[in-house]
Design a protein around this ligand. Structure first.
Ligand SMILES: *Cc1c(COP(=O)(O)O)cnc(C)c1O
Length: 220
């Protein structure tokens, strides 16, 4: 299967209101360009240096999503151009993004990462921590960031009932938050192995790598 066929197939399986983020980490410029030429505009990367290199070399109308774990000291490198930062899980990081966004005279959209998996190793906030953060004065004083929704990753399991439960908990949380503030509209969950289930559970942004570009040969 070619990259363009893979994209067309995925797009035919997801409703048109669901944004497809093509996760291109570790993949070369030429493959990203192939995807771009089929009309794919949203791309996701996990590593700051790699993202900056690719931003420099590729068309400037690409919307770059940062989906990895972002370190505060690296925010400045992506702040001039990043479209959406998915994995924000602390006030400290939000404050740094706000500072760098201000320097660049822009507002940077962020998603708060919520911890929904049963595994120990994943990053993210609990529902309560997330609510607390959004209600805090310190957060409300940040004028150069906009939290537009939430992101999560389900447990790495074949148990689809478990995954469904985790996704649905995030969807319910997002709905309850959006009823307070409409701007919390984006829900980023679903990857190669679980995007159909994710869409059924209410995701409106899926992040898909290997199903588009093929398996990655390292562990990232
Ligand atoms: C790598 C990655 C993806 C894409 O994973 P695939 O299984 O290749 O689709 C999605 N989200 C995050 C946060 C990732 O790190």
């Amino acid at each position: 299967m070619s990259i363009s066929n893979n994209i067309i197939k995925i797009k035919s399986e997801i409703p048109s209101n669901v944004t497809l983020v093509a996760v291109s980490k570790t993949k070369p410029i030429e493959l990203i360009n192939q995807a771009y030429l089929t009309g794919q505009i949203d791309f996701g990367e996990n590593y700051v240096q790699e993202l900056v290199d690719k931003y420099d070399k590729l068309p400037k109308d690409i919307r770059w999503h940062f989906i990895g774990h972002l370190q505060s000291n690296k925010v400045k490198f992506i702040a001039p151009f990043v479209k959406l930062i998915h994995g924000v899980d602390s006030l400290k990081l939000l404050e740094e993004i706000n500072k760098q966004a201000k320097k660049n005279n822009r507002i940077i959209n962020c998603l708060l990462q919520i911890y929904i998996a049963q595994e120990e190793s994943k990053f993210g906030l609990s529902f309560d921590e997330c609510k607390e953060l959004l209600l805090s004065k310190s957060y409300q004083n940040l004028k150069n960031i906009s939290v537009v929704g939430f992101m999560g990753m389900a447990s790495n399991t074949n148990n689809s009932e478990q995954i469904k439960k985790e996704f649905s908990s995030l969807k319910n949380f997002q709905e309850s938050m959006a009823s307070i503030k409409l701007q919390y509209h984006t829900l980023s969950f679903g990857m190669s192995n679980d995007y159909q289930l994710a869409v059924e559970c209410g995701s409106n942004m899926v992040r898909i790598g290997s199903t588009i570009f093929g398996e990655r040969n390292n562990n990232s």
